[in-house]
Design a protein around this ligand. Sequence first.
Ligand code: DX5
Ligand code: ZN
Length: 222
Amino acid sequence: MNILSPSILAADFSRLGKQIKEAEHAGARYLHIDVMDGVFVPDISFGMPVILSIRKCSDIFFDVHLMIHKPERFVKEFADCGADLINFHLEATEDVTGTIQRIRFLGKKVGITISPETPAKAVEPYLKLVDMVLVMTVKPGFGGQKLLPECLGKVREVRSMVLEKGLRTDIEVDGGIRPDNVELALEAGANIIVSGSAVFQNRVSENVKSFMNILGQDKYKR
Ligand code: DX5
Ligand code: ZN
């Protein structure tokens, strides 16, 4: 099933709870939560207290995207504050397998993420161990950038590896995705779609519905 995961990085934080509810009622099944540490990426976003407080107002699936150096240091804290899935970058740790195991031990789903400069084949050794591969379609660190079309080729490569191995791994895309280019990502093989600015700018429920009309089309069913 194709799922929309709105990124709250682009939300109006003074009305965050209300905007999350609006996205959920319009059909979003996941919520994408971008955590930035000012080290792995240049910017700082937010951390555990914000996640804990929105956990109290929504049961939506929390898809947490850690853009932090050595994520293994903090996976327990993110699990405790309400993450359902924890995504971390292959580029951010020397212990990928250990980090995957740690997240599993905490009873959470696991995602591995690759930045634009990392080749698709880097995920292959871990495919059987994870629930999701997140292929970044912009350089991580800022919302509102333009999609890098060359990253879609990696989505295709990861989808072929998943099919070849007979797995059901989800493939997520993140960065610069809008209703007018989301079909390129779906055609390439993505089934979890992150969008920040194209969801939270202007009217949230209308934006979510525009995405859902495309995501629900029969030709994109997997
Ligand atoms: C970028 C973040 C994205 C970002 C997406 O580092 O990982 O999740 O918020 O925002 P848009 O859709 O505006 O590119
Ligand atoms: Zn993200």
